[in-house]
Design a protein around this ligand. Structure first.
Ligand code: SF4
Length: 373
């Protein structure tokens, strides 16, 4: 199935590769879902119910990555087409709209300060496509495209000037790469005037859902404000296309390293072979698989949750059989604002201070005399 040819048969290549055309032609809301349902002959009653609570929009490009007619079973479709399960009651008792307690850790508007040495700035509420597993779904109720004001940014700057131990700022959202370039430049410039801020990071899903947004002009802007790291969010090998490869390459040529944070999602990537292929393919395009997150217990996402043991089992196989550069840290962002913890297998079985017993990746036991004993 090629949704591009079905839904946009007359689009020229020039239009398709233009990010503004992509944003203007997003499918969204009731009308968009009905159009999709009619095209695929699918019943969208459930998705229509879900968008009364959680909004919906998707770029033509990202929708074109859906290959199965049964969109809610497709690994890309599942991430972007609303599911009636988002509003089903069973998920609610365990879930919270803000399990990481970001609101509590927000000393001033638009800023989250959870860890001592780094902060997050929520620069915009706009995203190219709304990921159904997003952990900031609570923000979707806000009008689209709220961007941080100059006044709010000024207050953030004043706050950071009083916190010299903060050395890194993650500009997130929403998606900061959808900001008008003047606004993005203004934010990065303001941060660069704080001498204690050494590193900037941008959290963006644009390379995955709207890769044509990564224009030469945007790359030049990023280059001017290095050191900048991009953290993006690929979840499935089907998301790595010639368009994404070329967007990533443009950023790399501008001297911007790109790493990836995936989320473990039921029915999307909760499978060893899929994740192995995703991580190896990312390494091939020089994107470092950095984190694999256990899906946060966010309201409206319980249909994506994977048992923790399953994630550990997949990752143990990965640690044993795949080169370390391809293996991300498996991480749980603990509910109740507990912060991130890494889940690592322990190969040290016992140690009495003189000798230690290790289990190899092939489960062979090796006794080691400790040098200091
Ligand atoms: S792009 Fe990021 S912030 Fe936007 S919906 Fe997806 S996960 Fe959430």
């Amino acid at each position: 199935m090629n949704l591009k040819h079905i839904l946009w048969p007359d689009v020229s290549e020039k239009e398709w590769n233009n990010w503004q055309w992509q944003l203007k032609n997003r499918l969204s809301g009731k009308e968009g879902l009905k159009r999709l349902g009619k095209t695929l002959g699918a019943d969208v009653t459930g998705p229509l119910k879900a968008i009364k609570t959680y909004k919906w929009a998707a770029t033509p490009y990202y929708l074109s990555l859906i290959k199965s007619k049964d969109v809610l079973r497709d690994p890309v479709g599942k991430q972007v087409i609303p599911s009636p399960k988002e509003t089903e009651a069973p998920s609610l008792p365990l879930a919270s709209s803000d399990p990481l307690r970001e609101k509590e850790y927000s000393p001033i508007k638009g800023l989250i300060h959870r860890y001592r040495d780094r902060v997050v700035i929520l620069a915009t509420s706009l995203c190219a496509s709304y990921c159904r597993h997003c952990n900031r779904k609570r923000q979707w109720a806000r009008p689209e495209c709220i961007t941080i004001s100059r006044e709010a940014l000024g207050e953030i700057r004043d706050y950071l000037l009083l916190k010299p131990h903060v050395r890194e700022v993650l500009v997130s959202g929403g998606d900061p790469l959808l900001l008008p370039l003047e606004k993005l430049e203004f934010i990065l410039e303001a941060l660069r005037t704080i001498s204690t801020i050494k590193v900037l990071r941008l959290g963006t899903r644009v390379p995955v859902t709207l890769p044509m947004r990564v224009t030469d002009e945007l790359c030049r802007l990023l280059k001017r404000h290095r050191p900048i790291w991009i953290n993006t969010h690929f979840n499935h090998p089907n998301e790595i296309t010639k368009e994404t490869k070329s967007a990533i390459e443009r950023m790399q040529l501008a001297g911007i390293p790109v790493s990836n944070q995936s989320v473990l999602l039921r029915g999307v990537n909760d499978d060893y072979d899929i994740l192995r292929s995703l991580f190896c393919n990312l390494q091939e395009i020089m994107v470092r698989p950095y984190y694999l997150f256990q899906c946060d217990m966010v309201k409206g996402t319980s249909h994506f949750w994977v048992p923790l043991e399953m994630g550990i089992e997949i990752m143990e196989r990965m640690w044993a059989h795949v080169g370390g550069m391809c293996v991300p840290n498996f991480v749980v962002d603990l509910p109740d604002g507990g912060g991130k913890v890494r889940l690592l297998p322990s190969h040290l079985l016992e140690s009495d201070g003189k000798e230690a017993v290790f289990s190899t990746f092939e489960k062979r036991l090796i006794k080691v005399r400790l040098s200091h004993a």
